[in-house]
Each structure stands twice: as C-alpha cells, then as structure tokens.
Design a protein around this ligand. Sequence first.
Ligand SMILES: [Zn+2]
Ligand SMILES: [Zn+2]
Length: 396
Amino acid sequence: MTDATNDDQRRKIESHVAELTAIRRDIHQHPEMAYEENRTADIVAKNLEKWGLEVHRGLGGTGVVGTLRRGDSNRAIGLRADMDALYIQEKNTFDHKSLHDGKMHACGHDGHTTMLLGAARFLAEHSEMDGTLHFIFQPAEEGLAGAKAMIDDGLFEKFPCDAVYGLHNMPGIETGHIGVRPGPILAASDRWTVKFEGTGGHGSMPHQGTDPTIAAAQFVIAAQTIVSRNTDPLDTAVISLGHLAGGDPGALNIIPSEVQVGGTARSFTKKARAILERRIPEVAEAIAAAHGCTAKAAYIKGYPATVNWAEQTEISIKAAEAAVGTTQVDPNINPLPGGEDFAFMLQKLPGCYAFIGNGLKSGDEFVHAPRYDFNDDIIANGVSYWVELAKTELRP
Ligand SMILES: [Zn+2]
Ligand SMILES: [Zn+2]
C-alpha cells in the first residue's frame, strides 16, 4: 500500500478506467431487474473479494456490502451505489447494448456500480485513511425500495455508519461536473387515484341520473389549484395526471357510472406533502358531492424526499472540489422533482446525495429514455469523488 499525491492519484485512477469501462459495459449488456441482480451482485462481490475487501452478500435480497478497514479509528462511512435496471426497450445500437429484450440500464446504475467499484479498488490499494468504509451495493432502487429492504435487513446494525453518501449521474449537467445542495435535492414521490361513481345512464337524458364524467373532468382541472392555491408558492410541488378512464369507445351514447383517474404527486417538504395528501381527496369528494356523485380517493406514499444534511453537504462539496476542481462544482444546484430511495438512508443517518453530470444530452438520452447511456468519460471523476470523500471523512 502506498500514499499517493493528487497527481499520482488521478493517474492511478485513470489507469483503471479501461478495466472499469469493460465492467460497466458488461453490466449494461446484462441488465437485471429489482431483486434479480444476481449476476451483477456476483460481479461486485467477486471484484471486491479480489481486491481484499470483506464481502457480505444477500442483504435485502441481492444487496452486497464490501468493508475496508484501516487504522484504529472507530469512525465508519457508508458509500452507496444501486444495481437495478428498467423495463425499457433499448434503442441504442452500439456493441454494449442490452442483450435482454425489454430491459435496459436506462438510469445509469451500471455506471454507479462501476464507479463505486473503482473507488473500492483504489482505496484497497492505498492507505490514506483511518477508519472503516462500507461499500453498499443495493438492489431495486427503481420503485421497489431496495435501500429500505437493506435497512430493514439490518444494514446499519451489521455495518454501523456515522454518515452515508450517494451519487447519481445526471444528463443535462456538463460531463463530469458535480452538483449538490444542502436540504431537499429530490422529491417525495407519491401516487394518487380517485374513483368517481354516479348512476350513469342514457347519454340523451342525463337529467335521469348522475354523471361522474363531469365530476372527474372538473377534478382534473381543480387538482392543479392545490399546487397554485394551497401549497406555499416557494415550496415546490407537482401534481400530474397519468391515467384517466371511463366508458367505452364503442358506446358513445352511454354515460358511464364510473370514471377513474390517477397520477403522481411530488413535494420537497413534509408540509407540502401533507397538503397534497389531504387536499386531493378533499377536492375530489367535494366536487363529486356537488354533482350528486361519490369519490373514493387513495393517496399512496412512495419514497420520501431526499434531504441532504448540512454538515455532510459541506464535506461532499470539499470532496467534489478536490476531485474535479472548484469551477466544475455547483454547491447549490436546483433540486429535481424525481424520487430516490436513498432518501430512506438519509432518514436514518446524516449524509449527502450528489449529482455527477452525464453530459448535455438531448431528450431521448435523458435517464429512463431508450437512447440513454451512462457516459464512461465520467468514471474517473466519479471514482475520484468517492476517493476524496473517503479521505476527507476518514483523514488519519
Ligand atoms: Zn431511475
Ligand atoms: Zn437512478
């Protein structure tokens, strides 16, 4: 083991990039869905073992934790990556395109796994830290709360951490730049549904019954006033409709007796989230009553908001500046209304979640789009960020 100067460190990390790129593209070719990341977890575990880390498999399903101990400090830090893919048909034609029909690494978790592996390798070969690092590779970030599954399976009891950090690539941010902010950086991601019921009846004689289509139509518009009239204008929230169904296209003279609508609701604070949860049913029920109908609303809470802790955000900024240079770090990036299950880890422990730029791409190359690909040019910056974070947190 050796100590490295910053130039040495960068050269060393860059000398690993070709091997890391091969790992990244291999994972990209073999996308695995939530809790089915067996092959990916195996690649992770075998590499960690090869580099001399203690490896624990099967946490929260397919999760893997690699542990690296140095010196005698009791301090311990968790660094986390996600491993799962999405149900998307890839439209890329390059050699490393998905081999699995209808499945794709369209969120760059192949890259996240690779960058964290790169950091584990570098730190295993160098000695500039005093304390313990837990490299956490989680399943099922996309909707099925793999972070929570690992926590519920005893992640932080088996591997106690003083702080935990996450990193996600983001198209639209310049290649390899890092953006972070204290406080909420990603939104609480909830779903809602409303079923409007009336009598329905003959379309020519609406006065004979009650019409849930009118109630549903008014609700779709009125729901937007929850954001513009009820939540604080400085406390961003989003309500969008994703589903609307009623009646039959072959029966246009029939007023249906049931109309269903549903959508997503995003918020960054507990206060705004509570307003969305209360007002969506209130508005639906009141509009239904005004039309002699009923409304049954459900508000389904998903991931909470991802809220960065102030002290760890400062550490993240310092690490990012050391890794990629001050001018390539935005310490106060705008939050995004996407959701992320790292939020559950930040509810348990102090920590920080940052973005690394995947480059300025067009719309169909955004995350979750069929022409997306993780940008291998950012691997060295991502690995450097993790390495600097470990060195900053566990300075001898
Ligand atoms: Zn995603
Ligand atoms: Zn993602």
